[in-house]
Design a binder for this molecule. Sequence first.
Ligand SMILES: Nc1nc2c(ncn2[C@@H]2O[C@H](COP(=O)(O)OP(=O)(O)OP(=O)(O)O)[C@@H](O)[C@H]2O)c(=O)[nH]1
Ligand SMILES: [Zn+2]
Length: 382
Amino acid sequence: MRLCHERAFVASNTRVAAMTMQDIGWNDAFEKEFAPYYLKGWKPARLIRDNRITYGALLEDGQELEVSMSGKIYHDAETDAELPAVGDWVALQVGACGEETVIQARLTRQSCFSRRAAGQSAEEQVIAANVHIVVVVTDAGQDFNARRMERYFTLIGRCGAKAVILVNKSDLYPDAQNQKAAGDIRALNAEAEVYVTSVENRQGLEGLRNVLKPGVTVALVGSSGVGKSALINLLLGDEWQWTDEVNGITGKGRHTTTARELLILPKGGILIDNPGIKEVQMWTDEGTLREAFSDIEVLSRDCKFQDCKHGSDAGCALRQAVEQGELSSARLEGYLKLDQEIEKLRGRRTKRQLIVDRHARRSQQSKARKRSDRELARELRP
Ligand SMILES: Nc1nc2c(ncn2[C@@H]2O[C@H](COP(=O)(O)OP(=O)(O)OP(=O)(O)O)[C@@H](O)[C@H]2O)c(=O)[nH]1
Ligand SMILES: [Zn+2]
């Protein structure tokens, strides 16, 4: 079968063209889940671009296809979060000449990096699916914000990914300032890998390079202007110079931050770049909140009253810890604010659930009505 709308993904970059499914994130669990789809003649592919109506999908043979969702996938999804997203593995029914290639199924996500959608919606927004590592880029100056970092950690923890933090632009700040920022970040999350880097001077990047291995999917996030694009260009650029094939990966030369993209790095690793994320909004649950602030949770057991609001309540252990310098007041404020936010989120989620339930009931009723109409019509048929 010849494919019409296929585009060579990496036409003359032999190193990437020789990649395997594992190089782009495939593993045994996906293989097992895919078994019934092989029987239908469907092909596995990873979504590398979200064009809203269509998606870019990368197939085993290195071909990139423009694909669309089947009606079933669209209608079965109760929330946007269930729709295919960049990083998802899907089953494609590849169209013959002139026919569309259609996503017939989405494989179970092994992890999912998501946030609450902007605006009033309580709906989860998937940033990237099947992510192993989230790299947060920040700097020790203007961008540094421990509260925001806490939020990143909450989201990353919920996703089950490893956190790698780059305190970038180190060439612009005194070493002590860079080290202090890195130390503050480590204090928030002992498991995070924190590196002081200068993309400009190509310094401090060994740690990141070490986690970028074939098959490992990395999502790159951070405020605007912290150096994400510069970093991507560096990671891709090295190899581009090697291969003399500057347009090999994106087909348009240097990486541009216009759409969500999944990039296969020439030296191994899969990078998902999310230019859209200016500020991480929370999509989380109480459990994750408690985990992120487990030290405060433990402290609060010493509050005199079990329902202590940690405000002006008498005998508040948290306030006392702040007074004694054992807990930073900013961190306590962050904790209290997150709590409020989750309350609000829960309210919106309940409301949304009601709407979904009502909708489901209505469509059940209308289906039942249609069924009984059909039965009646059949009975009345001469
Ligand atoms: N001095 C210095 N400048 C850097 C460094 N890394 C990046 N820059 C510069 O900072 C500016 C912004 O970097 P970008 O890579 O465009 O930032 P970004 O995170 O991709 O920003 P968005 O695309 O808006 O999300 C550019 O002029 C970079 O050259 C660094 O380590 N040191
Ligand atoms: Zn208290």
